[in-house]
Design a protein around this ligand. Structure first.
Ligand code: NDP
Ligand code: 2IT
Length: 446
């Protein structure tokens, strides 16, 4: 019965949203768990909650014209997907990457709704961005682009309406430029962005939060079997914000990280990426904006051009680059080589066949909407601090992040238990759904 319903539901989603492959993928992964749950809870079926949740409340698409350093006019496309505001204002990052299109942002906004619900904080879901490529652009070009992007976006966001933050290609520099332009246009200083610089309302621990949170979540999963990350060999992909702080926290917990990557290839350092090497990576990526291949030259280790790190033998994997970076073959390799845990820092990094491999092997699998929710959770804490016009200490924020990650873990266990195995993917989908669905029910057909 459920299978037929799922097929019919997906048929209608695909017909209405042609070509949006990542959106179809994200919806199907959720609907496969939620349709049986809704059948057991007909109040959600009658109110067509799931059908409403796949339809964004609003999508804004706009032209972003700007001039490069040669004075030439450039045109990019800007987007903001305001997906669901049942439990709070729209909240979610901005992604600047040439691959960005409506389908990718709708998948990210859809995932964000569930993720934000899991954080326990009052945040709806949204996502936005542009097909702008920041690679090889000067600071001045990035600023011109950000200002033009905000010239349109400012009228659609606000501290009580929609609060953007960073994602791929949007870090501290871009958020500074975007916030500056918003403030100039609106003539008001509000917490409309999160991930801001420390001197203008940013929260301590926000830069660290996604990576730290993911490692805390992984440790919670291992704890259920009396194990820990200490001395585990870990493979991390990416080398941006999430990857960097994943490595930092893994090192703190006594694990050994042996890989990092970027879109050109990966490095394999079997001696481990210690604190000193990590500091060098941070300067390379955040300061010089260089390629990870330089690491192999500097520290004399292997570099594999055009490859991903999943063939390297490891105990635990932390994909932290982008969507669909773990295929079925990669997943099989990881399991064959003895990997016992995969915790997702990136959004939807494992393709559906890969997820099935992990679930069938019954390894610990922390899905992105649960495992990487620490970033948006600390964004929520940044919003609270901005509203209070206060700034909490590192210890206070870290303690709250730890509590939130533990509560997300508990929620996943409650809804994902299958005998003595925990299906965290199912737990995260059902746990995230209930709060949003109940709020939508209470608010009527809107
Ligand atoms: P950054 O821009 O800081 O870093 C992204 C990293 O991933 C870079 O190393 C980049 O390599 C690599 N990458 C990006 N796109 C691709 C691609 N198509 N193929 C291979 N490698 C790629 O982004 P973040 O670290 O912030 O984001 C990483 C992931 O984490 C994303 O999936 C994001 O959605 C997710 N996430 C981020 C949060 C945050 O707070 N920042 C919160 C929750 C999830 P290169 O330099 O070559 O482009
Ligand atoms: O995917 C994500 O959760 C983010 N990029 C962070 C969003 C946020 O609002 O902090």
């Amino acid at each position: 019965m459920s299978n037929k319903k799922l097929a019919a539901f997906m048929e209608s989603v695909k017909t209405k949203n042609p070509g949006e492959l990542e959106f179809h993928q994200a919806v199907e992964e959720v609907a496969a768990e939620i349709i049986p749950f809704v059948e057991e809870n007909p109040k959600y079926a009658e109110a067509k909650i799931l059908e409403r949740m796949v339809e964004p409340e609003r999508v804004i698409i706009f032209r972003v014209p700007w001039r490069n350093d040669k004075g030439e006019v450039q045109i990019n496309r800007g987007f903001r997907v305001q997906m669901n505001s049942a439990i709070g204002p729209y909240k979610g990052g901005l992604r600047f990457h040439p691959s960005v299109n409506l389908g990718i942002l709708k998948f990210l906004a859809f995932e964000q709704v569930f993720k934000n619900s899991l954080t326990t904080l009052p945040m709806g879901g949204g996502k936005g961005g542009s097909d702008f490529e920041r690679r090889r652009k000067s600071d001045n070009e990035v600023m011109s682009f950000c200002q033009s992007f905000m010239n349109e976006l400012f009228r659609h966001i606000g501290q009580d309406t929609d609060i953007p933050a960073g994602d791929i290609g949007v870090g501290a520099r871009e958020i500074g430029f975007l916030f500056g332009q918003y403030k100039k246009l609106k003539n008001e200083f509000t917490g409309v962005f999160t991930g801001k610089g420390r001197s203008f309302g940013g929260s301590l621990i926000r830069p660290e939060a996604t990576g730290y949170g993911n490692v805390i979540f992984a440790e919670e999963m291992l704890k259920t079997k009396g194990d820990s990350l200490k001395e585990k060999i870990c493979a991390v992909s990416g080398s941006g914000n999430v990857a960097q702080f994943t490595v930092e926290m893994l090192n703190k917990l006594g694990a050994k990280v042996i890989t990092l990557s970027d879109s050109d290839g990966f490095i394999h350092d079997s001696n481990g990426i210690n604190a000193e090497k990590l500091a060098w990576v941070m300067e390379l990526k955040n300061g010089k904006r260089g390629r990870i291949s330089k690491y192999a030259e500097k520290f004399d280790c292997e570099y594999s051009k055009g490859k991903r790190p999943w063939g390297v033998k490891c105990d635990a994997a932390f994909p932290s680059a982008t969507q669909n970076e773990i295929s079925k073959t990669d997943a099989e390799l990881l399991v064959k080589n003895g990997c016992q845990l995969v915790s997702e820092g990136a959004n939807m990094p494992t393709d559906p066949a890969g997820v099935t491999v992990f679930l069938n092997a019954k390894i610990f699998y922390g899905p992105s909407k649960a495992a990487n929710a620490g970033g948006v959770a600390v964004s929520g804490l940044e919003m609270s601090q901005n509203s209070l016009r206060l700034s909490w200490s590192r210890e206070e924020v870290l303690e709250k992040l730890q509590e939130i990650m533990k509560s997300i873990h508990t929620n996943c266990v409650e809804h994902g238990k299958e005998g003595d195995f925990v299906n965290y993917a199912k737990g995260a989908n059902i746990g995230g759904f209930i709060k949003v669905a109940d709020a939508m029910l209470a608010q009527g057909v809107v």
